[in-house]
Design a protein around this ligand. Structure first.
Ligand SMILES: [Zn+2]
Length: 303
């Protein structure tokens, strides 16, 4: 039984890599800022080499597979990035060059699917749930009858681009007032900086901590929570899921997110039933854990 996987979570801001073992134990972890274009693939290969080189020979021998959680449109069968706007990639081979470089089988997964799958399994695989991954992007997977509902395009669950205010801020997708334009990690930091916030603030955790005493940080965080509340109420109205489960880096704010979010949803619910909301324990590692699980599952079924 293969024991260890090398996992990568490729985001618009950073590329994370880790060696993940049984019970999702992370043995080694690494992170670099994302470079746009094909250079990102060189960075993944180099990070993989570095992580493997840091293992003991015995542990190195246990690494059986590589899992890559990749953003945008992914052909998981062929291991190709069809389109990753934030990375500047179109029809780019991901699995084949990495497999050759590292000498291991590579599984490429869509980042939201990998993260949401891990969060959902971690939550006990509930029959009905809406699993939202909150990071630079905001996306989700809906589970009904214990199955992921991906839609005919495979892209169902793009709650990040649900418009909650048509006169709102411009989103990366070109529309105005999307959930992500308020609640995406990068959007929050940009909104804070553009209003004259402290330029040293570089992460959402810092922004949330500052919200205790910094009026601008509190405003930006509160507006993000309102956008998420309205987005989740729309989900509640359409799908009435058994629960909403939150993971991803922004969900690492824990109660500073959950408490005001639940209150805001109750305030703004109207006649819509408010679904219960809970936090995943996986936080920002969900993509890595999900990629590792998918990679190990692939070598088990196809050794
Ligand atoms: Zn958008």
């Amino acid at each position: 039984m293969p024991a260890l996987a090398l996992a990568f979570d490729v985001g618009g801001t950073s590329v994370r890599g880790a060696v993940v073992g049984a019970a999702d134990v992370v043995l080694a972890e690494s992170r670099v800022a994302t470079r746009i274009g094909p250079a990102v693939l060189d960075d993944i290969a180099r990070m993989g080499e570095g992580l493997l080189a840091g293992l003991s020979p015995a542990a190195r021998a246990e690494v059986a597979a590589v899992g890559v959680a990749f953003p945008g449109l992914v052909d998981t069968e062929a291991g190709i990035s069809r389109r990753a706007v934030n990375l500047g990639l179109v029809d780019t081979l991901v699995a084949a060059p990495l497999a050759e470089h590292l000498g291991l089988p590579v599984t490429v997964a869509h980042d939201t699917a990998a993260a949401a799958g891990a969060i959902w399994e971690d939550a006990g695989s509930p029959a009905s749930a809406f699993v939202a991954v909150l990071g630079t992007g905001v996306a989700a997977v809906t589970y009904v009858g214990g199955r992921a509902i991906l839609g005919v395009s495979g892209q169902a669950g793009e709650i990040g681009h649900l418009v909650v205010d048509p006169a709102g801020p411009r989103c990366g997708c070109g529309l105005r007032g999307c959930v992500e334009a308020y609640a995406g990690a990068r959007a929050m930091l940009e909104r804070y900086a553009s209003r004259g916030g402290d330029t040293r603030v570089s992460g959402v955790a810092e922004l949330v901590a500052r919200a205790e005493y910094d009026r601008l940080a509190a405003e930006v965080w509160s507006e993000a929570i309102t956008a998420l509340a309205d987005g989740f109420l729309a989900v509640g109205a359409l799908l009435a899921p058994g629960e909403i489960i939150l993971g991803g880096g922004v969900a690492e704010a824990r109660r500073a997110l959950l408490d005001p979010l639940q209150a805001r949803m109750r305030e703004r619910a109207g006649v819509t039933a408010v679904p219960p909301v809970r936090l995943s324990t996986l936080g920002g590692r969900a993509g890595l854990i999900g990629a590792a699980r998918l990679a190990l599952a692939a070598v088990r079924t196809n050794p």
